[in-house]
Design a protein around this ligand. Structure first.
Ligand code: IPE
Ligand code: MG
Length: 240
């Protein structure tokens, strides 16, 4: 979600007004995902690099996060949404950590939409933590270095229980992954739009999904192989 600050600037409003509009938009997009049957949505709310922003903006973002969690968790629960937060949460205030735990606890059995919020998250941090887990297993004699597999590493990442993301959307005009789900994005289709996050509405989302639907996902195979496999199985991958 990028472009909140510029959206506010366009309107001669303080940056926090853009963040508020951004939160409103998260609500609308979550609703849209629930309605259209999208099963997993992971949003990048605050990166491990965002602490470098002016302290007042960081504080306002944290307050907004607490208020959004407290204000939305009941409605999320009623709509079958499971909410989880990934990232180094011990850096947050006790109040925010409590709000996160309460929302996760309330919604833990829901299955309609897996909503994950990445907060104080970084892909490099995620991989480092997974490496640390494996190293601890080696140090304890439970694992031999030669037996380490990529699947094993993947099992120690934050989103281990979710499928790999099909589509990555970045709003706000930058063409970067910015330390997001580095491992998980290996075969994800990337979509970039200049649209600022508070303006990213249902027609914009539909455009992103249409772009995705028009692509052929080859996973290293040739186009002919994919076509043969899909016509044999009656599937039409990338053209759903
Ligand atoms: C994204 O909007 C929201 C957060 C990172 C919290 P920005 O705040 O990055 O908006 P711009 O890039 O300044 O427009
Ligand atoms: Mg930005």
């Amino acid at each position: 979600m990028d472009g909140n600050g510029r959206w506010a600037k366009q309107r001669r409003q303080p940056r926090i007004a853009g963040h508020r509009a951004g939160v409103e938009n998260v609500r609308a997009m979550v609703r849209h995902c629930v309605e259209t049957g999208i099963e997993c949505l992971t949003i990048f709310a605050f990166s491990s690099e965002n602490w470098r922003r002016p302290p007042t903006e960081v504080r306002l973002l944290m307050d907004l996060f607490i208020r959004a969690l407290r204000g939305e968790m009941r409605r999320l629960h009623d709509n079958g949404v499971r909410l989880r937060v990934i990232g180094e949460r011990t850096a947050f205030s006790a109040k925010l950590q409590d709000a996160i735990l309460d929302a996760e606890h309330l919604t833990r059995d829901n299955t309609r939409l897996q909503l994950t919020i990445a907060a104080n998250y970084g892909g490099q941090w995620d991989l480092t933590e997974a490496a640390r887990q494996l190293a601890m297993a080696v140090a304890a004699g439970r694992l031999q270095p030669a037996d380490i597999t990529s699947e094993m590493l993947a099992q120690h990442l934050c989103l281990a229980d979710l499928p790999e993301p099909d589509l990555f959307i970045r709003s706000g005009g930058e063409r970067r992954v910015s330390n997001y789900l580095l491992w998980q994005l290996a075969y994800t289709e990337l979509y970039f739009t200049d649209c600022l996050w508070p303006d990213f509405d249902v027609p914009e989302f539909t455009r992103a999904l249409e772009s995705y639907a028009g692509r052929q996902r080859r996973f290293g195979m040739t186009g002919d192989q994919v076509e043969r496999a899909t016509s044999a199985s009656g599937l039409h991958l990338g053209n759903a």
